[in-house]
Design a protein around this ligand. Structure first.
Ligand code: HEM
Length: 421
């Protein structure tokens, strides 16, 4: 990379890499907005990490994701200290090879194993199940008697239950899935470290438990396949060949983790935004046709996946900065979703926003989020119920954000509410 550090490099590094930065997202956007308006890309070089170029604007991220042959994902598509990759292998945890870490025809073949599950028609058939789970959690809100932590008690549990139903993980193991996911994504947040004393220990703990759980699940579904997604993965034949053991493990980890924390943070963060703008909450009751657009605006606004990395295969440039083969860029989705050249008044939350569907929260191109239709459906299904069945809802304490530079959002949202009947 030929560009020397700039006056923005240190601040960009702090915003993109320090987990604490994600504990105050209004401030994050204010600071990142200032950087993005001054410069579209920022070189970042921090000890312990290979340098990268942070890409902050919407068009540039789309252009990179469009050229999947020029820009690879690789096993390092999530930003971690370089030492962690080696240390994980020392602990017997194989280098990640989930869909988001694969490239080219290998990625296509593995994606095809589960693709049919996530097509709009297939996801449409899940609606009765999503309705049932949503009803269950609205009843739980009722039973909680007028106050709850909406993020912890409702958003998290609801999205977990939907994905685990699709996946086929039995009820009694769901809490374990939640804890392991939080240990992985929330590894830097003291609340989710479990019995580990540092982020890396938390990550290793979670991965070790995931490995033994999914090994047993595979053995079971190979012996007695059912109609669930776990059976599809256990018996998948990417490109006509049996799935590699490492790839199978990571396939499970990806679906189990990508499927619920992301959607949960979108729902809790969306509720937090709606409580700041109650007129918009009640507008969804008066005009339910707004719900699909509201779901997109919520996912744009919250952008729970904070980044992915891409690696150049040939000499190229991004916004005039040369990038050599093997060098890398960080795609900042939250920044792109507040890009003022795409979205008018981007820091305003607006369920009526005419172009909310230009959101980049699900990425773009060959790796575009498989679960996007599921996530959108879950959010609008829950909001449809809450806006019609609640008579009032208000915050009763400050929201708290999870501290993580990869997947994060509102982790606590204390609310008081009443039902109409
Ligand atoms: C609001 C909720 C969600 C957000 C913000 C989100 C975001 C993302 C992003 C940014 C990517 C990478 C896209 C890229 O590189 O271009 C991705 C990939 C993926 N997501 Fe999601 N996701 C969400 C919900 C879900 C759900 C509910 C599932 C499954 C039930 C899911 C499964 C996946 C899978 C399997 C991939 C890998 C796709 C590939 O690499 O080919 N996601 N998601």
């Amino acid at each position: 990379m030929t560009m020397a550090p700039t006056e923005y490099s240190d601040e960009a590094a702090e915003l993109l890499m320090d987990p604490h930065s994600f504990a105050d997202m209004d401030r994050w956007h204010e600071r990142m907005g200032r950087i993005r308006r001054a410069t579209p890309v920022v070189p970042v070089a921090i000890e312990g990490f290979a340098p990268f170029l942070a890409v902050l604007r919407h068009d540039d991220i789309m252009a990179i994701e469009r050229e999947a042959d020029l820009w690879l994902n690789t096993t390092r598509s999530v930003l971690q200290p370089d030492g962690d990759f080696k240390a994980m292998e020392d602990f017997g945890i194989p280098a990640p090879r989930s869909l988001v870490h694969l490239d080219g025809t290998e990625h296509r073949d593995y994606r095809n194993v589960t693709n049919d599950w996530f097509k709009p028609a297939a996801v449409g058939k899940l609606q009765p199940k999503v309705d049932e789970v949503a009803d269950f959690f609205v009843r739980r809100m009722h039973d909680l008697g007028g106050t709850c932590d909406f993020a912890r008690d409702i958003a998290q549990q609801y999205t977990l239950k939907v994905v685990m139903e699709i996946f086929g993980v039995p009820e009694e193991d769901r809490q374990l899935m939640l804890e392991l996911t939080q240990g992985l994504f929330g590894a830097a947040d003291p609340e989710f470290m479990g019995d580990a004393s540092d982020p890396f220990g938390s990550l290793v703990n979670s991965m070790t438990k995931f490995i033994s759980y999914f090994d047993a699940l595979t053995a079971d579904r190979r012996q007695c396949p059912t109609a669930d997604l776990a059976s599809t993965i256990a018996n998948g034949m990417p490109g006509g060949h049996p799935m590699g053991e490492v790839e199978r493990l990571w396939y499970y980890v990806l679906v189990a983790t990508a499927g619920h924390d992301t959607t949960s943070f979108a729902l809790s963060g969306g509720m937090e935004a709606l409580l700041r703008e109650p007129e918009q909450f009640w507008a969804l009751r008066d005009d339910p046709q707004l719900l699909p657009n509201a779901a997109d605006e919520i996912i744009r606004w919250t952008t729970p996946v904070r980044h992915f990395m891409r690696y150049a295969t040939a000499p190229t440039e991004v916004c005039g900065v040369e990038v050599g083969p093997g060098e890398r860029v960080l795609l900042s989705y939250p920044s792109a979703n507040r890009d003022e050249s795409i979205f008018e008044d981007p820091d305003r939350f607006d369920v009526r926003r005419p172009d909310a569907n230009r959101l980049l929260s699900f990425g773009y191109g060959t790796h575009f989020c498989l679960g996007a239709h599921v996530a959108r459906r879950e959010i609008r299904t829950m909001l449809a119920r809450l806006t019609t069945q609640l008579g009032s809802i208000e915050p009763v304490g400050p929201a708290q954000w999870m501290e993580s530079h990869f997947v994060s959002g509102v982790k606590h949202l204390p609310v008081r509410y009443s039902f109409t009947e």
